[in-house]
Design a protein around this ligand. Structure first.
Ligand code: ADP
Ligand code: MG
Length: 247
């Protein structure tokens, strides 16, 4: 579904991502892990089109999208959540989802009002489903800024889902969550896989990564140092060294 080849992003002298390759199969939950600053978020930003790569290819369903604008990637079926929550605090929960649903149209210049008036029922249905799935149906008319932290994280997920992606990129979705919330997230991620989504999961909570992923790619200093099943990467000495800073 997604393949990156020789992908690199340099910021001046900083080689944030330094020539990585990996491929995500349809229906798979693919983990991307590594110590802080190893290039995980930069990789997601490259895949979504927030950054242009310094080098390399990004193939989505066989098409090189490395220079396709972000809104077109969203329309192709790539949606993401942010490590640092990015919601419209002064819009309601429903409005946040509506914006996501129509983002490709806005950015392509179609009038918001026209779309709103012509509001398609399938869009409403998708938003309702995303809200129910995320346990936020009862909060639909509340301002996003008034939600508790865990609810905001769920709204981020719902917003990505409302864009009906094929590939969902989750950048540290469990950050700041308590154990109960992480258990719920674990269930939701598995449920999404059951519904046919393909997922790229960046996560620091190793228990969650090891529990839900099919395969894991490990980055360190912008390079891939290991790839395999959760059990394989856990047993890999290079991975242990990267995390512990010692052999
Ligand atoms: P991770 O998500 O694995 O913690 P990041 O991808 O955020 O790591 O960052 C990788 C490296 O790239 C870090 O050294 C970070 O400081 C640097 N970096 C990330 N984004 C930028 C940017 N926009 N400008 C300059 N340096 C950046
Ligand atoms: Mg990050």
């Amino acid at each position: 579904m997604l393949e990156v080849r020789g992908l690199a992003k340099h910021f001046g002298g900083v080689r944030a991502v330094d020539g990585i390759d990996f491929a995500i199969r349809p229906g798979e939950i693919f983990g991307l892990i590594g110590p802080n600053g190893s290039g995980k978020s930069t990789t997601v930003n490259l895949v979504c089109g927030l950054y242009e790569p310094t080098a390399g290819q990004i193939l989505f369903e066989g098409q090189d999208i490395a220079r396709v604008p972000t809104h077109k990637r969203l329309a192709l079926g790539l949606a993401r959540t942010f490590q640092n929550i990015r919601l419209f605090a002064n819009l309601t929960v429903w409005e946040n989802l509506w914006m996501a649903e129509n983002a490709p149209a806005h950015q392509a210049g179609t009038s918001f009002l026209k779309r709103w008036v012509g509001g398609r029922s399938d869009a409403r249905e998708r938003i309702t489903r995303a809200l129910e799935f995320s346990g936020l149906a009862h909060r639909a008319d509340d301002l996003a800024g008034s939600l508790a932290f865990g609810e905001q994280r769920r709204l981020e997920l719902a917003r990505a889902l409302a864009a009906k992606p094929k590939l969902l990129l989750l950048d540290e979705p469990a950050a700041g969550m308590n154990a109960g919330e992480i258990a719920q997230l674990d269930e939701r991620i598995r449920a999404l896989q059951g519904q046919g989504y393909t997922i790229l999961l960046i996560e620091h909570h190793m228990e969650l990564v090891m529990a839900v992923t099919d395969r894991v790619c490990v980055l360190n200093f912008g390079r891939k140092i290991a790839e395999g099943t959760p059990a394989e990467v856990q047993a890999d000495p290079a991975v242990r060294e990267a995390y512990l800073g010692t052999a």
